[in-house]
Design a protein. Structure first.
Length: 410
């Protein structure tokens, strides 16, 4: 093994009689290095985007969410809610109720979703850290109700925190009676905004927070609950807690973790990541064809050396391993170079934000980067496996051809 590696190293770095071999070897190293660097950078960008989106969703989505399997609401007196607090690993939970409504502010109006929440909601989510203006206050000391719309709703309706113009909220009455007067067909309440939140466009243009009692009174459902949102303790076993909650509520309820609450988005992100990985891996495979050309020319050039090694007692395996190790060294040098370059570029982007985002609507001004150890393990293993195959196949074929030819001459 040491002898074959030593000879392979001498062959790789020694000057060849045919300069084209040096050029092809350099091109092979460069191709593998660029492919490896691209893989590291692209995967780190996807990691950064996923972390950014996860942090946005985590501001709104709880650790665990319980919703009824049938219907929109269930009674708040459900005895299972009292047993929920006894499950080890749950820090707190919040009751919420949602309904589509018509909002009117001044002369403007839009359709939105009110989300009635209790006092524990701020503890369950990080919504209070996403305030664009004002504060997340649903009730004053005088028990006055307040609303917190998203910035998309606020911009469309022209809402400001002035406490002069209220937000009028309309919900169709639950009774089935018909009336000619449109005003009599709706429950109507007004409320003043105490703040405006900003999370993500789909949330900002859809939701407006109100106290749960206000929402129930408006909807006409005095004791309804749309969902139970749960926050875990820091050291909680998430799988165990979820199983206990699922066993407690049974098949009549749906229990979702954060991934399942945004399942489509996360699956799309992972699918895109996998596709990009496969495309760049294909590019590395194509770049590795240069290794085949380099080894082919080298074996032709070293035909006399092969005869000398055979006369000294070298067997087929030793001769093959020399050229296999040389091809693999090309991949190793390219891989290490690509990893170093990828790390440097990712570090520069993390530190200085060299590549800027073009959209002003996002929270970040530059592309997010998150380097993870698993990428620095998976990528070199993949590239080295491709490099070994690119060296093994042609060496096995060509050395067999030349060794058999030399045996016949002998």
């Amino acid at each position: 093994m040491k002898l074959s590696v030593y000879i392979a190293k001498r062959y790789l770095f020694a000057k060849k009689s045919r300069n084209a071999i040096n050029v092809i070897s350099a091109v092979s190293v460069t191709g593998v290095a660029i492919g490896t660097m691209a893989l590291i950078i692209i995967l780190s960008v996807f990691n950064g985007l996923e972390d950014m989106v996860r942090s946005i969703f985590n501001t709104f989505d709880p650790d665990l969410k319980i919703t009824p399997a049938l219907g929109k609401t269930f009674p708040a007196e459900n005895p299972k809610l009292e047993m929920l607090a006894n499950i080890n690993g749950i820090a707190c939970y919040s009751l919420t109720i949602e309904e589509n409504v018509l909002l009117r502010y001044g002369e403007r109006e839009t359709v939105a979703t009110i989300k009635g929440v209790d006092d524990s909601y701020v503890k369950v989510t990080g919504i209070d850290s996403a305030m664009w203006d004002g504060e997340f206050i649903l009730k004053s000391d005088k028990q006055r109700d307040y609303a917190i719309p998203g910035i998309g709703i606020a911009n469309y309706l022209g809402i400001g925190i002035t406490f002069i113009t209220p937000i009028n909220i309309y919900v169709p009455k639950r009774t089935g009676g018909s009336t000619v007067n449109a005003e009599e067909a709706f429950n109507r309440r007004f409320i003043y905004p105490s703040g405006i939140f900003q999370i993500e466009q789909s949330y900002d243009s859809k939701y407006i927070y109100v106290p749960i009692d206000f929402a129930r009174d408006l909807i006409g459902n005095e004791n309804g609950v749309s969902s139970v949102e749960i926050k875990f303790l820091d050291n909680a076993d998430e799988k165990r807690v979820r199983k206990e909650v699922s066993d407690l509520f049974g098949d009549d309820f749906i229990v979702q973790n954060r991934f399942e609450q945004q399942e489509i988005f996360y699956r799309v992100m992972r699918s895109e990541r996998l596709v990009i990985f496969l495309i760049l891996t294909l590019i590395i495979i194509i770049a590795s064809f240069n290794i085949i050309g380099s080894l082919t020319m080298l074996i032709i050039e070293k035909e006399r050396d092969i005869e000398i090694l055979k006369s000294l007692g070298a067997d087929r395996d030793l001769i093959r391993s020399i050229f296999i190790f040389e091809g693999w060294m090309i991949s190793i040098i390219g891989t290490i170079t690509g990893l170093i370059l990828g790390f440097i570029i990712c570090w520069l982007q993390q530190t200085y934000g060299l590549v800027k985002l073009q959209s002003d609507s996002l929270l970040l001004t530059s592309y997010p980067i998150s380097m993870k150890l698993k990428d620095f393990i998976i990528v070199p293993l993949t590239v080295l496996a491709i490099g070994y195959w690119a060296a093994w196949y042609p060496v096995r074929y060509l050395t067999k051809k030349y060794l058999d030819k030399n045996d016949k001459k002998a």
